[in-house]
Design a protein around this ligand. Structure first.
Ligand code: PEP
Length: 289
């Protein structure tokens, strides 16, 4: 089936065994648009002790009671020490547990690190990798991001891999080159099947914790670029399946217009995830897109 529109319009619909895609050509690459499930993840950073974390998720479960799991994946990523108290509260619920980092080795002499098998046994399902704060303050590189990603995939953890440019890089016109390098380095060695299960979080560093958000148009332009890079590396089908979150001062007031953009599939949320009612409001705004 081929519902091709006029030549002036680049979009057309086509049918396949697995459903309908909307196809566009960007920079010579075939880009398929398909409906992707929204994913909203809260990155608690170094906030919330075990008891505080437990109280937060207990309140959050009440707030999100009416949301449908078929519409949205909700994830919270507490600090390592808080996982043990939060995991039993979330077990079997619609709010999934994530961690904020993972080491590439299963065990060994790596003081201060935590491995994928340790996270799995703690009840963790998702893991954030390569957050800009880890790149900025703890020497994370595209190579270590890639090693952590490979370890997460081997353990069947669902990775949320962060990429994003600094203000200096954006102002210097280097956003696309920086993202391209992070994508090629961070996702090296993955095949399309593995890549399709990775969540990418585009987080412009200048927007994180600053109250400065990218405009929906600016964010969409960058998300579309990221998807076209994924299409070039992994093929159109994989690029259409990968969920790309926006992160950087997302809150209830701007979530709807950001997630309404065709290539923005949710958010990675810092500050606004630390309070249950506000986080739930943000999720409902995203779903109202
Ligand atoms: C983050 O830490 O990933 C983040 C996006 O933080 P904030 O929402 O506070 O900007």
């Amino acid at each position: 089936m081929d519902f091709r529109r006029t030549a002036a319009e680049p979009w057309f619909f086509t049918g396949s065994d697995t459903g309908f895609y909307e196809i566009e050509y960007r920079n010579g690459w075939e880009i398929r648009q398909m409906s992707r499930k929204v994913i909203i993840a809260g990155n608690w950073k170094m906030n919330k002790t075990g008891s505080e974390g437990r109280a937060l998720v207990e309140a959050l479960l009440k707030e999100v009671a009416s949301f449908s799991e078929s519409e949205v994946d909700i994830v919270v990523c507490p600090p390592f020490t808080t996982l043990a108290q939060v995991a039993p509260v979330l077990a079997g619920t619609k709010v999934k547990l994530g961690a904020q980092n993972v080491h590439w080795a299963d065990n060994g002499a790596f003081t201060g690190e935590v491995s994928a098998p340790m996270l799995k046994e703690a009840g963790v399902e998702y893991v954030i990798i390569g957050h800009s704060e880890r790149r900025q303050y703890f020497g994370e590189t595209d190579e270590t991001v890639n090693r952590r990603l490979q370890a997460a995939l081997k353990a069947a953890l669902k990775p949320i891999v962060c990429i994003g440019e600094s203000l200096e890089e954006r102002e210097g016109g280097r956003t696309e080159a920086v993202l391209r390098q992070q994508i090629r380095g961070g996702f090296a060695g993955l095949d399309a099947a593995a890549m399709a299960g990775v969540v990418v979080a585009y987080e412009p560093v200048w927007a994180i914790g600053t109250g400065r958000t990218a405009t929906p148009e600016m964010a969409e332009e960058t998300h579309a670029f990221i998807r076209s890079e994924l299409a070039a590396l992994f093929g159109a089908e994989c690029a259409a399946a990968v969920r790309i979150q926006y992160g950087g001062s997302m809150k209830a007031a701007n979530a709807r217009e950001l997630v309404a953009q065709p290539d923005i599939d949710g958010g990675l949320i810092g500050g606004a995830a630390l309070e249950a009612a506000g986080f739930a409001k943000l999720i409902s705004e995203a779903l109202a897109r």
